[in-house]
Ligand binder design. Structure first.
Ligand SMILES: *Cc1c(COP(=O)(O)O)cnc(C)c1O
Length: 323
C-alpha cells in the first residue's frame, strides 16, 4: 500500500460533483474576479472564524504582506516572529521593507514562546506574528497582553491552522488581523493559489481591499500604491464547496492523529502534544525520533511517505543571513 504525504485525488472524489457544478457556474457567468463567489466566500469564511470581515487574496504570503501594509509597517520597523516556520512568514516582513526579529519556540507545542518577547523588544518593534504551526494554536493570551502593553500589532499566521481553536475560539480571530494560506495542501486548500485575511477592524479590511486591487476602490482611480493580489472567482467557488467540509475533515485528521499517537506511544517517539487550552487540526502530524533518516527510509520501504518540516530553520537560511 502506498501512502502519499498528501492525496488530494481521494478528497476530490468525495466532492467532485459539487466542485464541477461550482466551476460551471463561474464559467457560464464569466465574472472571473471580485464577483459574487469571492464576496460570498469572504462572508462565509469571516463567519467561520467569528470575525466581521474577510479579504480574499492571491496567496498566504500576500495575506501577510497586505496585513503588514494595512498596519503601516515598513522600513525601519521590526516585526517579531519565529524561526521555526515556513519562509513565507518572514518573506512578508521583508516584502514590506521591515526587519524580522526571531524568537525561539516552546518545545512542547513548537510555537512561539511568549517569555522570549521582552528580550527582543526595541523602540522599533511594531508587530508580532505568532504562527499556529502544524495546526496547534499559539498560547495567545500572554502575546496579546504583551502587545497591548507595548502598543504592538498582532498579525496571526494561521496558514496551517484553519479551524483550530484557542480557549474555545477559532484562531485568526485574536489579533488585529488573522492570515491564512489556502495553498492546495493546507487544511482548506484551493485548486491553485489563494489566501485570505480576517479582521474585526473595518479600516484595516478596507485598506487590504484597496492594496490587493492596485490601490483602488473605484476602477482606474488609484489612491495608494497597491499590487495585484486578488482572489479569483474560480478558486473562491471551489473554496466555498470545501469550506462546508472543513470541520468534518479536521475531525477526521484528529481521529487519525489519535490513532497514530496510540500506536506510537510505546516507541521512543515524541508524538504531538496538545495543550488543554487548544485544539490541534494536524495540518502536519510531526514527531521527533532518534535516527530520523534511517526511520524515514524504513517507512519509505513500507510505502509511507514522510517529510521534514522544516529541514533548516529560517534564521540559518542564506536568504536571511543579513538578519
Ligand atoms: C503555507 C504557508 C504560508 C504561505 O502561504 P502561500 O499561500 O504558499 O503563500 C505562510 N505561512 C505558513 C506558516 C505557511 O504554512
Amino acid at each position: 500500500m502506498q501512502i502519499p504525504l498528501v492525496d488530494l485525488r481521494a478528497q476530490y472524489k468525495t466532492i467532485r460533483s459539487e466542485v464541477l457544478a461550482a466551476i460551471e457556474d463561474v464559467l457560464s457567468g464569466m465574472q472571473l474576479f471580485l464577483g459574487k463567489q469571492s464576496q460570498a466566500f469572504e462572508q462565509e469564511f469571516a463567519a467561520y472564524c467569528g470575525c466581521h470581515y474577510a479579504v480574499g487574496v492571491a496567496s498566504g504570503t500576500d495575506a501577510l504582506a497586505l496585513a503588514l501594509r494595512a498596519c503601516e509597517i515598513g522600513p525601519g520597523h521590526e516585526v517579531i516572529t519565529v524561526s521555526n516556520t515556513f519562509i513565507a512568514t518572514v518573506e512578508a516582513i521583508a516584502l514590506v521593507g521591515a526587519t524580522p526579529v526571531f524568537v525561539d519556540i516552546d518545545p512542547e507545542t513548537y510555537t512561539l514562546d511568549w517569555t522570549q518577547l521582552e528580550r527582543v523588544l526595541t523602540p522599533r518593534t511594531r508587530a508580532i506574528i505568532p504562527v499556529h504551526l502544524y495546526g496547534h494554536p499559539v498560547e495567545m493570551q500572554p502575546v496579546l497582553e504583551f502587545a497591548r502593553e507595548h502598543g504592538l500589532r498582532v498579525i496571526e499566521d494561521a496558514s496551517q491552522a484553519h479551524g483550530a481553536t484557542y480557549r474555545g475560539r477559532r484562531v485568526g480571530s485574536f489579533g488585529d488581523i488573522g492570515c491564512f494560506s489556502l495553498y492546495f495542501s493546507k487544511n482548506l486548500g484551493a485548486y491553485g493559489e489563494a489566501g485570505i485575511s480576517v479582521t474585526n477592524d473595518s479600516a484595516l479590511a478596507e485598506k487590504m481591499r484597496m492594496v490587493r486591487d492596485h490601490g483602488s476602490r473605484i476602477r482606474y482611480q488609484h489612491e495608494i500604491m497597491g499590487v495585484n493580489a486578488r482572489l479569483d472567482e474560480l478558486q473562491a467557488a471551489v473554496l466555498r464547496v470545501k469550506l462546508r467540509y472543513l470541520d468534518q475533515w479536521n475531525t477526521a485528521r484528529q481521529e487519525h492523529a489519535q490513532f497514530y499517537t496510540e500506536q506510537l506511544r510505546e516507541l521512543k517517539i515524541e508524538v504531538p502534544f496538545v495543550q488543554l487550552w487548544g485544539t490541534h487540526v494536524y495540518c502536519y502530524y510531526v514527531i521527533q525520533v532518534q535516527g530520523r533518516d534511517y526511520f524515514r527510509k524504513v517507512l519509505e520501504q513500507e510505502g509511507i511517505a514522510t517529510g521534514i518540516h522544516y529541514p533548516m530553520p529560517i534564521h540559518l537560511q542564506p536568504a536571511c543571513a543579513h538578519y
